[in-house]
Design a protein around this ligand. Structure first.
Ligand code: COA
Length: 154
């Protein structure tokens, strides 16, 4: 049975009142987590969206993306380790692509750590393809892969 048949999930935009929960989840999901200040900056950027995935009152994931002209930039996506491999990463990515489509975005682009095989598999499942590599892009020296896909609204 999929997560969606057995449980109720909802997505809503982040507000300042969610900062502590989001920063806590971020720390549990990333090697170099974003700071509270960085999330605050995202809240104040008009082109940015941080959308949160909830199971009832529990924050289980989020996705951050920018809409810039006809491009959707996916900056961050994370799912609580206890909720992984249940389709929630897919749900968040689908949501962002739909929002991009509604805003007239024609392509989606993202960077991912070259060694993050789980995330790369997720993006490949969404037809993202490799378009570049940024050497030693991350603070710890890891390369970034640049991936892109067209957004076809249906
Ligand atoms: C990447 C991440 C968001 C995926 O979330 P998730 O909810 O587990 O993903 P889903 O269950 O929707 O997976 C969808 C598909 O992606 C692929 N996938 C996801 N995680 C994978 C993993 N660890 N290994 C291999 N494939 C994986 C699979 O094809 C999977 O389909 P399947 O389960 O039917 O095989 C989650 O692992 C995470 O939060 N990681 C830490 C943060 C991070 O690295 N974010 C991405 C960079 S910003």
């Amino acid at each position: 049975m999929s997560a969606f048949e057995s449980e109720t999930f909802s997505i809503r935009a982040m507000t300042a009142g969610d900062l502590a929960s989001v920063v806590d989840l971020e720390r549990r999901c990333h090697v170099n987590p974003w700071s509270k200040q960085l999330f605050e900056e995202e809240l104040s950027r008009h082109q940015s969206a941080v959308d949160l995935l909830w199971q009832s009152e529990r924050l289980v994931g989020y996705i951050c993306y920018w809409r810039i002209c006809d491009e959707l930039h996916i900056l961050n996506v994370a799912v609580d380790p206890a909720f992984r491999r249940r389709g929630l990463g897919r749900l968040l990515l689908s949501h962002a692509l739909k929002c991009g489509c509604a805003r007239g975005c024609e392509r989606a682009i993202l960077e991912v750590r070259a060694g993050n095989s789980g995330a790369i598999s997720l993006y490949q499942a969404f037809d993202f393809t490799l378009i570049g590599r940024r050497d030693r892009y991350y603070p710890d020296g890891e390369d970034a892969l640049v991936m892109e896909r067209k957004i076809a609204c249906d």
